[in-house]
Design a protein around this ligand. Sequence first.
Ligand code: ACO
Length: 331
Amino acid sequence: MKKTVIKGTGRYLASRLVTNEDLTKLMDTSDEWIQKRTGIKQRFWIQEDEKIGVSDLGLEASKIALKRAKWSPDDIDLIIFGTLSPDMHFPGSGCLLQHKLGLEKTPAFDIRQQCSAFLYGLTMADAFICSGHANRILFVGAEIHSTALVKETRGRDVSVIFGDGAGAVCLEGVDTDQPVGILSSVLHSQGELATSLMMAVPASNITEDDIRQGRHNPFMDGRNVFKTAVRRLPEVANDALAKAELSVDDIDLVILHQANLRINQAVQQSMKLPDDKIFNNIQRYGNMTAASIPVALDEAIEKNIVKKGSTLLFLGLGAGVTWGGVIYKHS
Ligand code: ACO
């Protein structure tokens, strides 16, 4: 029976370190407010004059993941690219990455699941692998948020949160009867809350007024998203555990999307997790949306917190709203 396992991971951060103190020079905010409300101390943004897109950040993360998986680009059967900040409105960044990897015909597509892109991406990769459509899949989550943020006081509730970066994961189907790889997955969406977190433009019905009104900048009703996350994440965690016939005690590490440290602490409390069973790095990177979970996974593997045999629970919620949970046993 085919099981979907992770063969290699990689991460790549934008090159400009931006501290909370740096932001106080752009807008009315403080290191104290940002740390207290979000946990964030710093984030990385691309250089102001840097003409790069998410496929460039994704390429660097992919090179590392491919090397660790001992794959060459030719080994890739399919590329799944998660981003809400693509290089162009169309075509998708997956196609651009495919070309940058030197590939000619390998299929590639983008998914627009924002902060739950990794959950949706893993589940789709598992479905492609188990149905025999592909056996070696490169998932990339990459974002360049900094270019769309309003870096002044009127945009401070959103702009202090987001960072630029990329994470890549090589996923492979292996024939085994062992309980390894993706053990369960639960996905949800609730379009009713679409306008709680959105960037309305580019759109098919764009008007000049949209641009004047700043609808090409992200908008977030932070309180509403916060409340939804704190309710939905423990709920989907329980559903994913039940589907895998596991209990929370069977989980070695929970890797949550990094949207706000207070959200993760609330989930930790609700699931009664000790500190060593939850991984957070939002303090150093901010919210990198589709890149957050794969970057956190890469760091946790590098730090040997995730080892062969570790059972992981990935959780995330974001724009859509979309959310999900995936249980994975590392091998
Ligand atoms: N610096 C200083 N003050 C600020 C800042 C800032 N950067 N931003 C907002 N404030 C002020 C507000 O103006 C408000 O002032 P007022 O009380 O005088 O009106 C006060 O601080 C409180 O604002 P709130 O919005 O209520 O602050 P909150 O504690 O809710 O924190 C935050 C805001 C951090 C955005 C939080 O709501 C949050 O993290 N929400 C969830 C985000 C999330 O999970 N997003 C999903 C993933 S992202 C994706 O999918 C793309």
